[in-house]
Ligand binder design. Structure first.
Ligand SMILES: Nc1ncnc2c1ncn2[C@@H]1O[C@H](COP(=O)(O)OP(=O)(O)O)[C@@H](O)[C@H]1O
Ligand SMILES: [Mg+2]
Ligand SMILES: [Zn+2]
Length: 216
């Protein structure tokens, strides 16, 4: 039996075999694990979008932070962000998620293509993929309509949407396509999805795009 001390909290420990490589006690290790669960990487935010702030966003897009989002923290529950590609939709959504995570709460980030990929990877066990998205306190659904154009995908998307709606869980949806889809609903975006996604705040990026303004 070899006594050793946790290098962080100084609690005395004992090793029955060799000393651990990292001299941290069980409690301190657990604390580390909990911290990484709440990071942007842990929430699924792609590397490109990590560690961004409102100030970065405003500087990059030479734009004011949307007034409606100045104090948003989940009420109303749904936020739909739309605009042409490259106008900061994903960045906007991700900053909101990052701010939420920085207060020590959980959240998730998933894109349409990634969600379809994960469902397809193991059709028999999609619960592991879907359940966290049903219950997470804040979800970013990035371009959900660019996932697989298949029933199995839309069914899951509807389940996520309906469950979060019923549980009043804050959800941010980004989409390039929303204005067109509102004008002409299609099988690609069934009304049960659209009506919920659009039931809260609607934020448009890249306001000078004339095509979008006409669609509104
Ligand atoms: N908050 C931010 N601060 C700085 N740069 C950003 C931020 N958000 C996005 N960007 C950069 O701008 C690019 C386009 O923004 P993005 O949010 O992806 O637009 P969209 O989702 O509308 O296509 C991204 O690839 C990213 O590099
Ligand atoms: Mg995007
Ligand atoms: Zn310790």
């Amino acid at each position: 039996m070899t006594p050793w001390f946790c290098t962080r909290c100084n609690e005395e420990q004992v090793a029955f075999g060799a000393l651990p490589q990292v001299l941290l006690c069980h409690t301190c290790r657990e604390a580390d694990a909990a911290r990484t669960r709440f990071t942007e990487a842990g929430a699924g935010v792609p590397a490109r979008y990590r560690n961004l702030t409102r100030e970065d966003w405003c500087a990059r897009f030479r734009s004011r932070w949307p007034d409606e989002l100045a104090h948003w923290s989940g009420d109303p529950q749904w936020v739909a962000i739309w605009g042409p590609t490259g106008t900061g939709k994903t960045g906007l959504a991700t900053v909101l998620l990052a701010e939420h995570l920085r207060t020590g709460r959980r959240g998730h980030w998933i894109s349409g293509p990634e969600l379809s990929r994960r469902i397809q990877r193991d059709f028999a066990n999609t619960e592991d993929v879907i359940v966290p998205l049903l219950v997470t306190p804040l979800l970013v659904l990035d371009e959900p309509l660019t996932g697989a154009a298949a029933d199995w995908y839309l069914e899951r998307l509807l389940l996520i949407t309906r469950t979060r709606d019923e549980e009043c869980l804050p959800t941010i949806v980004t989409s390039q396509l929303l204005p067109e889809l509102i004008a002409t609903p299609s099988a690609l975006a069934p009304p049960p999805l659209l009506s919920r996604w659009l039931s809260g705040l609607r934020i448009e990026t890249g306001g000078e795009d004339i095509r979008l303004q006409e669609a509104l």
